[in-house]
Design a protein around this ligand. Structure first.
Ligand code: DX5
Ligand code: ZN
Length: 220
């Protein structure tokens, strides 16, 4: 029986960029709930991926919500353009926004799309306590951002538990997303800690049977 409470968001960072439209359509046909789009600027993280045009182009190939994870400095300069390109969720790093975080989250919401804050594995989750109520989603990194295929950092589970407790205490549906190093073992730890949106890149795209991989991540 499909567990409706758990959403699976394949990360297209692990997809074949030369045929991205096909890859996202494939993810939709394989039962994914979101498409996780890792936007990297080579400044906030030591890697460069894709930007606004990629989001606009894949928008034409799927009806699934586009979950845009912005690993960029000064995200406030670009959120309106990502919203116009078709993003459904835009998440920004607390480490990039610091004291501007609340302002940036409100700006994203004012663009008519869902907003979220992201924290790295070594950021104390209490730092975002006061902005969680502004969010539609909180993303906890279980790897340091920049690359797919890294190993899961267990300490991130403490942040998942903390955020889940805060979310359960407020009168608003806020999704708790985890990202990085998710496989068929670490997904069990993430769900037990309270995560209900699971990002997975390598585990899904390296699987011969991608539909089965998504089903296993959701149900195991
Ligand atoms: C890393 C990205 C992740 C990454 C996850 O900076 O934010 O979304 O693509 O990939 P896996 O699941 O392979 O760790
Ligand atoms: Zn990501």
């Amino acid at each position: 029986m499909k567990n409706e409470n758990i959403k699976i968001a394949p990360s297209i960072l692990s997809a074949d960029f030369s045929k991205m439209g096909e890859e996202v359509a494939l993810m939709e046909s394989c039962g994914a709930d979101f498409i996780h789009c890792d936007v990297m600027d080579g400044v906030f993280v030591p890697n460069i991926t894709f930007g606004i045009k990629m989001v606009a182009d894949i928008r034409k190939h799927t009806k699934l919500p586009l979950d845009c994870h912005l690993m960029i400095v000064n995200p406030e300069k670009y959120v309106e353009k990502f919203a116009k390109a078709g993003a459904d969720y835009i998440t920004v790093h607390y480490e990039a926004c610091k004291e501007k975080t609340a302002e940036v989250l409100k700006l994203i919401s004012s663009c008519g799309v869902k907003c979220g804050v992201v924290i790295n594995p070594d950021t104390d989750a209490r730092a975002i306590k006061d902005v969680i109520a502004l969010c539609d989603m909180v993303l906890i990194m279980s790897v340091f951002p920049g690359f797919g295929g890294q190993s899961f950092i267990k300490e991130a589970l403490d942040s998942v538990r903390y955020v889940k407790k805060v979310v359960d205490g407020i009168d608003k549906d806020v999704l708790v997303e985890i990202d990085g190093g998710i496989n068929f073992e670490t997904v069990k730890l993430a769900k037990a800690a309270g995560a209900n949106v699971i990002v997975a890149g390598n585990t899904v795209f390296s699987s011969a049977d991608k539909a089965l991989a998504i089903k296993r991540l959701r149900e195991e």
